[in-house]
Design a protein around this ligand. Structure first.
Ligand SMILES: [Zn+2]
Length: 281
């Protein structure tokens, strides 16, 4: 294309754009350029193109701000969509998705363990890079699932992909999880040891733990079993799973009475006071 033609095209483009930018209410002309009546900055600028002066349209300050605001809203909407999608893929139900460290009972016996879980969530980038998981163990009702869900929610909040499933559910959804294994930043397997002790069940669990081991990304397990069982399992099917667990997971014992149980006990004692007639009353 010849230079003259290029200049013509540039001038035509500038003219077309300027025609689109007809002065709005309040706009005015100063030094041959249109100025925005709202922000008093020009909506056009002069430029030189091979000796020719051409006036091009541009955004005044308020148009720029409006564009930035649209960008911000669009980015926010995309973040919200991503967050909702991560939430959906997390497989966590309503109750679990509401567990947060802010609601954790820090007065009870679990305060040390909860603090460890909180630190784990804070240091997650390192945990992820080094493939370090947790084994949250303790008897029924000590808040292991709650603690794991708190970690899950803290990380979902930071847009990490987290999947939390009970081992019982895992047996049915193992293929789906194995397919997505590399996209899951943190896998939480709830209630290890509670699954049916069938060969099929063990195969499925082993398939998932093995795929996860190979993906090099962390797992958090919760279990009612004592640590000793993990260390010395006589069942060979369990032993090969537990070896992998202990190799990658830091054991954290939860032993406190859950807030729910304590609340139930407090209410019971309150009712006793209210309803039982003490001697001397
Ligand atoms: Zn303006």
């Amino acid at each position: 294309m010849s230079m003259d033609k290029a200049v013509d095209l540039a001038r035509m483009f500038a003219k077309t754009m300027s025609e689109k930018c007809v002065p709005q209410n309040g706009d005015y002309i100063k030094d041959g350029l249109i100025y925005c009546g709202k922000c008093n900055t020009p909506t056009e600028y002069r430029t030189e193109f091979h000796g020719e002066e051409i006036i091009f349209p541009t955004w005044c300050e308020c148009a720029k701000r409006a564009d930035e605001e649209r960008e911000r809203q669009s980015a926010e909407a995309q973040r919200a969509i991503r967050a909702a999608e991560l939430r959906r893929l997390s497989m966590m139900n309503g109750t679990l998705s509401e567990c947060t460290f802010a609601d954790a009972d820090m007065d009870g016996e679990n305060s040390r363990s909860i603090t460890i879980c909180e630190r784990y969530a804070e240091k997650f980038p390192q945990m992820l890079a080094d493939n370090r998981g947790l084994l949250l163990f303790g008897s029924v009702g000590t808040g292991k699932t709650f603690a794991a869900a708190c970690i899950a929610n803290a990380l979902l909040e930071k847009n990490y992909s987290v999947v939390m499933v009970s081992l019982v559910t895992l047996i049915d959804s193992a293929d789906d999880i194995i397919r997505r294994m590399d996209d899951i930043d943190l896998l939480i397997l709830d209630d290890l040891g509670a699954e049916r002790s069938t060969d099929y069940g063990f195969e499925r669990i082993y398939a998932v733990t093995d795929a996860r081991y190979r993906s090099g990304k962390p797992v958090i397990y919760t279990s009612n079993l004592p640590l000793e069982t993990f260390k010395h399992s006589e069942d060979i099917r369990c032993a090969r799973i537990y070896d992998r667990v202990l190799e990658r997971c830091y054991p954290v014992e939860l032993r406190g009475v859950s807030r729910r149980k304590r609340e139930a006990r407090r209410r019971f004692e309150e009712m006793t006071k209210l309803l039982e007639v003490n001697k001397g009353d």
